[in-house]
Design a protein around this ligand. Structure first.
Ligand code: FES
Ligand SMILES: [Fe+2]
Length: 357
């Protein structure tokens, strides 16, 4: 995921949901070399032990606070790059290469980490509550019938601005001219909540869609029935089910492009952004994949990210609702997700009476 630079951690403290799964990165990008990351303003070292099992422990050495994720793996220990203390997967310091035993209470936290659907999922809360059954289903990422393109980066801006942006398809025609469709401005919109999930649905029959979308879907510039549904999983992992078909085609027979947009806060000002999109046609066509990846990377990293970065900077650290944002018809998903996340954070912090904003 992006570079390994450690962001400054001495600024304002954010408020986060901790008892939940966050995407920590692509599983195959964690190989021999450990990785240093910051999630929820907390330093984390990711590595694989001698059996290849992905592990996550605290990333700040308790000796002189060096980045453990910049160290190396020896057997099952992660060895600090500064003076060589070795840490086990439970976070305990198990080796001291200097005279004397490891200090008895020397340890860093250990975080549950699960490898699933080509992704690493980390639990930053109470380990006893970590249930892998609650990881959202992204099985298409490893299903051979689907050919996925993907990326990951560190994006400037608050993670809720990023999840707003996916739930709000109304921005597409303005930010992504190559991916425009009338459905995004004129289509029917439905927003609802099911349990802790939030849905945004955009629908339009006989829609004029851009050549860019037509190329991605392989439909050219024919009129298409259009259906785009975003599903938000707390705190900020989103599934986008985007499909179209010749007029009259039932949704299950339309061409589907499933997408993942996962946002994991690094700090209140920076976000790990992991994305993927897949197709079940032209499977194995490397040229198609390269074009698809290029178009999506351009949209997400060169169109969405600068817009959100600048919006975030203009908010100058103010709390979102304190700025009295206008609410437009496309905001029904984002507003629901923000309220649901506030409720969950308040409940987790034992403050359930706190009114959602
Ligand atoms: S800072 Fe890690 S061993 Fe000294
Ligand atoms: Fe966008």
């Amino acid at each position: 995921m992006g570079g390994s630079a450690i962001p400054r951690l001495d600024g304002a403290k954010g408020t986060y949901l901790r008892n939940c799964w966050y995407v920590a990165g692509w599983a195959d990008e964690l190989a021999q070399q450990p990785q240093m990351r910051v999630f929820l303003e907390t330093p984390v070292a990711l590595y694989r032990d001698s059996a290849g099992v992905a592990r996550a422990i605290g990333g700040r050495c308790p000796h002189r606070f060096a980045p453990l994720g910049a160290g190396r793996v020896e057997g099952d220990l992660l060895v600090c790059p500064y003076h060589g203390l070795g840490f086990a997967a439970d976070g305990r310091c198990a080796r001291n290469p200097h005279l004397g035993d490891p200090p008895p209470d020397a340890a860093v936290p250990a975080y549950p980490l699960v490898e699933r659907h080509a992704l690493l999922w980390i639990w930053m809360g109470e380990a006893a509550k970590a249930d892998p059954a609650t990881i959202p289903d992204f099985a298409w990422l490893t299903d051979p019938r689907w050919d996925a393109v993907r990326g990951s980066t560190v994006a400037e801006g608050h993670y809720e601005l990023y999840s707003d942006n996916i739930l709000d398809l109304a921005h597409v025609n303005f930010v992504h001219p190559a991916l425009a469709a009338d459905a995004f401005t004129l289509g029917e919109r439905r927003f609802w909540q099911d349990g802790e999930r939030v849905h945004s649905l955009y629908l339009r029959d006989n829609d004029r869609i851009s050549l860019g979308i037509g190329a991605l879907l392989g439909t050219g510039d024919k009129l298409q029935d259009f259906r785009g549904e975003v599903v938000w999983h707390a705190p900020a992992t989103l599934y986008f089910d985007f499909r179209s078909g010749d007029p009259g085609t039932p949704p299950e027979d339309m061409t589907l492009l499933p997408s993942l947009h996962a946002f994991t806060p690094e700090t209140p000002d920076t976000t790990h952004y992991v994305w993927a999109s897949a197709r079940d046609f032209a499977v194995g066509d490397a040229e198609f994949s390269a074009a698809m990846r290029g178009a999506l990377q351009h949209a997400f990293e060169h169109e969405d990210m600068p817009m959100i970065r600048d919006s975030h900077r203009l908010m100058a650290g103010a709390e979102f609702w304190s700025l009295k944002p206008l609410v437009l018809s496309g905001d029904g998903g984002g507003v629901r997700a923000r309220r649901q996340l506030r409720r969950m954070i308040a409940a987790e912090q034992g403050n359930a009476e706190e009114k959602p904003a």
